[in-house]
Design a protein around this ligand. Structure first.
Ligand code: NAD
Length: 325
């Protein structure tokens, strides 16, 4: 039986990996995979990792030296892997799609919560404060929503927005003819959108695409929603935009410095990240802890596809969902 080391394990991961696994010996480690923990891979046939594991040169070197040929990511993104180092030495498998609906619906949940001030109303009414002052929102109907990245998630999100009667415009490096989305250039999207939602991958090109200059081009009071990757947004510029009122609200499921924080409980510890601390304190910011994927359907899909990927790889030496690097 092939032995697989599973990193950054949370209780909800084990539920469906244990249910679907028939083939492998899975050893669950709570710690993240990084240069400090990578020695643990010794003696394993493969590794399963996740979005905030730091798979740098040291990790890849160690896997290679310890004859661990395969890294199965239980996610779609792979920006946390040094792919140059992995090329020709460690094969990388991933889950290119598991539930675009989970992430797209979460993006809409952030918009609705921020716009209709549900987070504020919830706290008020629990204290028998039934005042409506400062809870005014706007109709999404008739507003313009700009979708950056019109892949699987971006398209489902666009469809949800159209369901609300919004006008959807999109920008994509590789526009898809069959998406039914009206494509515009990035400048136009920044200028026209009342709500901007990010659904493109993190690459050198998209790193900090939301910055001082791009925010300056946006409408006053624009809503910025990020369920993609934290480093698409330069956080200080976002904070400045929120302070000036240029940015009306921000819904963030991801944050550029999230890797040591998200998925952990720091409720009794002083978090030494001033930007995050200020963002969290703002009434017009909602931060969720990279949870957009967290539906039962998505978790089942992630477990089943990750295990099938490994099975295919060990049986045939290839895998449909192998990253081409
Ligand atoms: P996808 O590959 O189907 O779509 C990505 C789209 O972005 C593609 O259409 C691609 O052409 C486009 N794109 C590439 N480079 C671009 C650029 N420079 N500018 C604009 N568009 C560009 O991916 P997906 O499944 O829709 O996922 C989108 C992103 O969502 C992923 O990259 C991942 O970072 C993120 N994600 C987050 C969660 C979460 O839990 N928050 C879960 C899954 C995925």
């Amino acid at each position: 039986m092939k032995r697989i080391a599973f990193f950054d394990t949370k209780p909800y991961d084990k539920i469906w990996f244990d249910e679907y696994n028939e083939e492998f010996e899975l050893d669950y480690y709570e710690g993240k995979l990084n240069r400090k923990t990578c020695k643990l891979v010794k003696g394993y046939d493969g590794v399963i990792a996740f979005v905030n594991d730091d798979i740098d040169k040291t990790v890849i070197d160690t896997m290679y030296e310890e004859n661990v040929p395969v890294l199965a990511m239980r996610c779609s993104g792979y920006n946390n892997i040094d792919t140059k180092e992995a090329k020709g030495r460690v094969r990388i498998l991933r889950v290119p799609a598991y539930s675009p609906h989970a992430v797209a619906e979460h993006a809409m949940a952030l918009i609705l919560t921020l716009n209709r001030k549900i987070h504020k109303a919830y706290i008020r009414t629990r204290d028998f404060n039934f005042s409506l002052n400062r809870l005014i929102g706007f109709d999404i109907y008739g507003k313009t929503v700009g979708v950056i990245g019109t892949g699987q998630i971006g398209r489902v999100f666009a469809q949800i927005c159209r369901g609300f009667g919004a006008e959807v415009i999109g920008y994509d490096r590789y526009p898809a003819e069959d998406s039914g989305i009206q494509y515009v250039d990035l400048e136009t999207l920044f200028q026209k959108s009342d709500i901007i939602s990010l659904h493109c991958p993190l690459t050198k090109e998209t790193h900090h695409m939301i910055n001082k200059d791009s925010i300056a081009k946006m409408k006053h009071g624009v809503y910025i929603i990020n369920t993609s990757r934290g480093s698409l947004i330069e956080s200080q510029s976002l904070l400045d935009g929120l302070t000036s009122g240029k940015v009306g609200a921000a819904g963030l499921d991801v944050y550029e410095e999230e890797s040591d924080l998200f998925y952990e409980d720091y409720s009794n510890i002083v978090v030494k990240d001033d930007i995050l601390s200020i963002l969290v304190s703002r009434p017009n910011v909602i931060i969720t802890s990279h949870q957009a994927f967290l539906t039962e359907e998505a978790l089942k899909s992630i477990a089943s596809i990750t295990l099938t990927n490994l099975s295919e790889y060990f049986q045939s030496g290839t895998c449909t969902n192998e990253l081409k690097i």
